[in-house]
Structures are given as C-alpha cells and as structure tokens.
Design a protein around this ligand. Structure first.
Ligand SMILES: Cc1cc2nc3c(=O)[nH]c(=O)nc-3n(C[C@H](O)[C@H](O)[C@H](O)COP(=O)(O)OP(=O)(O)OC[C@H]3O[C@@H](n4cnc5c(N)ncnc54)[C@H](O)[C@@H]3O)c2cc1C
Length: 453
C-alpha cells in the first residue's frame, strides 16, 4: 500500500488513540523532544491508548516501509525518540501505574516519568532505582541500564525489571521475563529499543524512605582539586547504600563550584553517620545534606536540567580518578562557555557493580560514569558550546576505560561508539536482534545490526 491520505485514513479507523499529521494543529508541540537541538519532522505522530494500538502502529510502519521511532519520556539527548518523515509512537498517553505493595511489584506503562513512578511507589514506602531527574522517562532509561541513587543496594534499573510486555516487529505481542522469551528479556535489559516496543514494564520494589539522608555540599571551584581527591577516597570506602556523585558547575550566583551530591538508601541514623565525612570535609559554601524525602532527592537536580534548552553531551567511563585526570577535568571547566553547562561523575557501585558483565545486556558493571554536559539557551551560539564539549572530551579520553553508557550516546557518535557501549555483549545482542527484528525495523536507537544467520 502506498503511504498517502488513504492509508492514513485507514490507520485512523483502526487506531484508538490520537493520530497527528504535519498539517494538523498541535503538530509542532507533538514533535518536540526534550533537547531543543533536535528539530525533526515526522510524517505522523501516534499516541496509542493500549498495546493493541501499538500493534496497529508497528504493522502500519512495517507495511508502509516508514521509518519508525519510539518515544517514552522524550529525553534521549541524541533525539532517538523521533525521526524525519516517518512515524513516531509517542507514549505520552499511556501512563498507568499499579503498585502491589504486598508483592512489592509495580507495573507501569511506557509514558510514565520517574517523578510519577516515584510518587506512586512512595505512597507505599517503596521505590526502585530510577533516573535522578524526575522528568526523564522510565522507558528509555530502563532499557538502557539506569543508574541512580538506589543502585548501591538495589542494583541498576534493569536489575529490577521483572518482566516486560513487548510488541515485536512482526506485530506479535509477547511477554519477556526470566521464564518467557528469556533471550529477549536478557537483551531488553541494556539493549535499548532494538528488539520491540515495550507496552508495560514490571519492576521489583524495595522499602525506601519516605525520608532518607541526601542532598549536596558545594565548595568553591578553587577547592575542586582537593574536593575530587577527597571524593576519590570516599568512593573507595563508601558503604553500598551511600551513592555519591561529584559535579563541577556554575551556581545560581554565577560562581563556578564543585559539589558532592549524595543519597543514603537506608535508615536515617546510619545515613547521618555515613555522610559525616562529606559534611566535615573542607569549607563548603553550602551544606544541605540531611534528612530529605526520597521524592525530594529525586528532584534535586531537576532545575539544572530544564526542558526546551539546547544540549550537547559526551560521556565515557573511568576506572579510577587519577591526579592527572582530576587536573585535566577541573581545568576543562575553566573554559566552559554556558553557565548552565556542567561536568558530572557518577559511580556504578555496590550491588550494581557486583553483577557479571553478561548477566544482562548492560555491561558497565563498575567504574565511574563521566558526563560532559553543555546546556545553553535557544538563541545563544551552538558552536562554542559544542566545541567546549568536544575539546574537553578529547582531553579526558586518554584517561577513559573504554566503557560507554548506551543512553548517553550522542547523535554524532558512530557505530564504533555504539559497539563500545554494548561491549562484549554486542555479538550476542546481534544474534537476538536477527531473531526478533531481522529487517531492523527498530533502528532509531543505539542500533545493533542483525547478525547474518
Ligand atoms: C535530564 C536527564 C537526566 C538523566 N538522568 C539519568 C539518570 O539519572 N540515570 C540514567 O541512567 N540515565 C539518565 N539520563 C539518560 C536517560 O536514561 C536517557 O535519556 C533515556 O533515553 C531517557 O528515556 P526516555 O524514555 O525519556 O527517552 P526517549 O527519548 O523517549 O526514548 C529513548 C529511546 O528509548 C527507546 N524507547 C523508549 N520507549 C520505548 C518503548 N516503550 N519500547 C521500546 N523502546 C523504547 C527508543 O529507542 C528511544 O529512541 C538522563 C537524561 C536526561 C535528559
């Protein structure tokens, strides 16, 4: 069938949710994603109501040979949740969450964002490892791995995925879990959106909060080298429940600064003991570490990463924070262009680091995730901000371990970087891709090429 008004009318008849085309009101709002650098014009955006609608959309894209992008929370900085001239399945209308407090399981649809998930689960004093900015979607984050404040005791988000309902490239609806389609289940836990469209996620929950110990201490930029050396020793001694990140940023007062942001996923008294050394170190200009609602911790970084801003990022992993790295890392921020830009170190530690690299498709079981994040306002020049990230990246690359987080692959990263992100799991993923999506229908992602079988 040729793709034209007639075929779109046929789609509208079968599809229960909303269908938005380029000529319709609301199209510009519907095509917008989180990163304002991404400006794509899909032919059709569909908002499914349920898995049956998703099947209709997948069949339509396949039969019409249309590019197909899948969008959960729209936070892919590379813009992988959209495409030009194709069809976007936008999950913003599928947001149901059910929590079973007895079994400690949550079932959530792919339009859910972490703030919504955390609010629903915290109503029962439960949580699972999720993104550190509440506006981020559960879908893309889960499928790529998911690091967050609870990872030290609860593991990565993927480690808490118990099952997923999936629409495959051939339109078939299956369930993936340890007992059903186990190869697919393995691949979904770190292999991104390569294997099918997930219409529901089931997560294991843990007793957390509602109040934990968390927050941040902020030091002047002039102390950044000493703070990061302290942070290095902290990472070596921190107990599993204490997850600590280190940022170099510009504060609201316009001054550059170095912050340690942390959370303790356990009892408050133990948390207060665990953060004592962080609070005692040096002469912070601000210390807001203390008891905080878990949902408050989850929105702590919200304002530093607002929507509708232009973004360009690069990421790597490190095995260790050497003196040479720390010098280069601190110096790089002296050349930052936009005060919204920052650099972040986030360890993969505790339970998240103790799983084998091939236990799930997510291979980065250890080390420190490093992000160079340029953010600037629309209207400001792109080029100097992008250049700052690229220059910083080139300077720190000699210290990198070779790992890469699939969810932070940039739009201009080549296939070598995609393979780097999957590491030794790539070959197995390519075989599973050949089984479930041999024609590579799902290719707007950190794409795994189907193995020749
Ligand atoms: C502000 C911000 C904060 C972040 N913080 C963290 C963090 O703390 N921890 C962390 O691990 N990561 C973090 N990330 C990275 C984050 O994991 C990725 O951006 C992730 O892609 C976001 O998921 P999404 O659903 O919002 O993205 P989308 O852009 O909607 O989707 C990204 C990709 O995921 C796949 N996908 C989405 N939904 C489905 C589905 N239903 N079925 C199949 N495939 C699907 C598709 O391939 C899609 O292209 C952050 C990103 C941002 C922008």
């Amino acid at each position: 069938m040729e793709f034209n008004e007639t075929s779109i009318s046929a789609l509208r008849r079968q599809f229960g949710g909303e269908v938005v085309t380029a000529s319709e009101e609301g199209y510009d709002a519907a095509r917008r994603v989180w990163n304002a650098m991404i400006d794509r014009r899909p032919a059709i955006i569909v908002r499914p109501r349920d898995a049956a609608d998703v099947t209709t959309a997948v069949n339509f894209a396949r039969d019409q040979r249309l590019p197909l992008a899948i969008r959960g929370g729209a936070h892919s900085v590379a813009g992988m949740g959209t495409c030009d001239e194709g069809i976007v399945i936008d999950f913003s209308s599928m947001k149901k969450i059910t929590v079973d407090p007895e079994k400690r399981i949550a079932r959530a649809e792919p339009g859910v964002k972490w703030v919504e998930f955390d609010t629903a689960t915290q109503a029962h004093g439960l949580a699972t490892t999720g993104g550190t900015v509440g506006d981020t979607g559960i879908a893309g984050l889960t499928l790529g791995g998911g690091f967050g404040w609870l990872e030290g005791t609860c593991g990565m988000t993927v480690d808490n995925l118990l099952a997923a309902d999936v629409v495959l490239a051939n339109g078939e609806r299956v369930r993936a879990s340890a007992d059903e389609n186990a190869d697919l289940f393995w691949a979904l836990r770190g292999g991104g959106g390569n294997f099918g469209v997930v219409t529901a996620f089931e997560y294991r929950l843990h007793a957390i909060g509602p109040t934990i110990v968390g927050g941040m201490v902020v030091h002047p930029y002039s102390a950044a080298r000493d703070v990061l050396k302290f942070y290095r020793s902290l990472l070596k001694t921190a107990p599993d429940p204490l997850t600590a990140a280190a940022a170099i940023l510009t504060g609201p007062d316009g001054h550059k600064a170095c912050a340690i942001v942390c959370a303790y996923a356990g009892p408050i008294e133990q948390g207060q003991e665990a953060v004592r050394a962080i609070k005692a170190f040096g002469s912070p200009v601000m210390d807001v570490i203390g008891p905080i609602p878990y949902v408050g911790q989850q929105s702590l970084l919200e304002q530093s990463m607002p929507p509708n801003v232009r973004n360009y990022w690069k990421a790597e992993f490190l095995d260790d924070l050497t003196d040479g790295f720390i010098d280069t890392w601190v110096d790089a921020y002296s050349r930052v262009v936009s005060p919204m830009s920052f650099q972040l170190l986030f360890p993969i530690h505790g339970v998240a680091a103790r799983l084998a690299r091939d236990a799930t498709a997510f291979p980065n079981r250890g080390g420190i995730h490093l992000g160079i994040y340029a953010l600037w306002k629309p209207g400001e020049a792109d080029e100097p901000n992008v250049k700052w990230v690229r220059d910083t990246w080139q300077r720190i690359r000699p210290f990198a371990s070779g790992g890469l987080y699939v969810n932070e692959i940039g739009g201009d990263d080549g296939h070598d970087r995609v393979q780097q992100a999957y590491g030794a799991n790539y070959a197995r993923l390519a075989l599973i891709k050949a089984k479930y999506d041999p024609a590579n229908l799902f290719r707007f992602n950190a794409n795994i090429e189907p193995a020749a079988v």
